[in-house]
Design a protein around this ligand. Sequence first.
Ligand code: MSP
Length: 518
Amino acid sequence: MSGKPTFYITTPIYYVNDNPHIGHAYTTLACDVMARFMRLDGHDVMFLTGTDEHGQKVEKAAEEAGVDPLTFCDKVSESFRILARDWNFSIDDFIRTTEPRHVTSVQALWRKLVENGEIYLDHYEGWYAVRDEAFYAEDELTAGPDGQKLAPSGAPVEWVKEPSYFFRLSAWQDRLLELYDSQPDFILPDTRRNEVRSFVAGGLRDLSISRTSFSWGIPVPDDPDHIMYVWIDALTNYITAAGYPDEEGAEFKRWWPALHMMGKDIMRFHAVYWPAFLMAAGIEVPKRIYAHGWWTSEGQKISKSVGNVIVPSEIVARYGLDQVRYTLMREVAFGNDGDFSHRGAAQRCNHDLANDYGNLAQRVLSMIAKNCDGQVPAHGDFTTADHGLMDKAYGLLAVSREHLSVQAFHQMLQAIWEVIGDANRYVDDQAPWALKKTDPDRMATVLYVLAEAIRVLATLTQPVMPESSGKMLDQLAIGDDQRAFDSLNAEQALKPGTALPKPQGVFPRYQEEEVEAS
Ligand code: MSP
């Protein structure tokens, strides 16, 4: 063990009834940015993702595909691993709920809850939506176009009547409210916390946590006619991967509690049921539950029937991976809903990346290659303007930390782009091309200051755009061991005389003509 502070972050585990779409890519991307940021900032990180493979929804999807559930899960689960690879997600573990380590963990948690008197056997009678794998009360339902009852999510519901084990959720109402009130950043953003708080304050019913009408799931210990409710199974993945049931073990103590990220639709499961299960089992609650918003596509709700599903591999092929990663993290205030449009993405590629950032690096590095023998230039005394730019760049680390401590990715990027703007204005003001004849020493200093600012910027954009930022750092001859955030200070500034490789553009312009032609 390294003695570094630890950081544990999780994505939801994805249902394998569907191939990966932008929603999956988005949650995992946000976690990847957090994970990379924390690693560069001196933490030992565990970044977990995986697949949620049990339950009626998956059982039905396998049936429709005409294969047995596990064969079906193997195939779709693999497509989420491929997404992680293709999107450069730096995952440390990929969990599948069909793995033995998870079955052991869920059954241990169940036993613990039984031991603590939190589970009892009764009958469930009420509405269930397979698509959401959720129970609903009559007053939550709306009528569909043909009079059919629908869940708030629009999913059809069916009447379920069967024996069921229940979790005493109602008994946890006060302690949940206490948790939300004493730890105001337990649920973020605030709007979500308020929603969850009023849901809980409205009263909680005990939760049905087993079913007898299907078989694809983890059997209840000592009563295998009952299959566990898929959400108790799924949520437990977060502690399985940390080593549960060995909760006294070094691994578990090292990683737990985690920061859980997810979309707003599955907030209730994470912010109400999950902490209640954990408290009932005597396990520490998560560090935070952060729910992000939903994407629409060109202003429309994304749906298979509309045919406007955004396929992760397609947008990457169109705009480039780092361009897409940047667009998703920048385009929308994290936590809010947002719209993915071709116009927006193309603008981000051309305006923010090619013009502002790419062009800054390209201009500066080419001038250095041409006028300074391809070496980090020697600098003279720094002026106020020089210090102004470099200090603002160094200051970005503290600003970025503050924003990411509340997952405000867009604000971190805004702050970085402000400095990119400053650097571009500095180039124009200092006009190094003119200094070439009048004052070559000053030209060298100006180029040095710019190269140093670019080093800081590229170091900080690594979490969002790992590959492109890496290329920029390569061009500044920054070694792999000098790319962490502890290098972001004047003491570790570029060394004059260091040979630099030939500069190459990092962010090509997005060619609109090609799109129109296609
Ligand atoms: N299996 C459960 C999670 C269990 S976690 C213990 C599940 N799986 S899912 O495959 O449906 O997950 C989808 C994730 O993608 C959720 O975080 C959801 O919010 C997100 N998105 C699905 N569509 C989305 C958009 N259009 N936009 C953004 N995210 C959306 O739920």
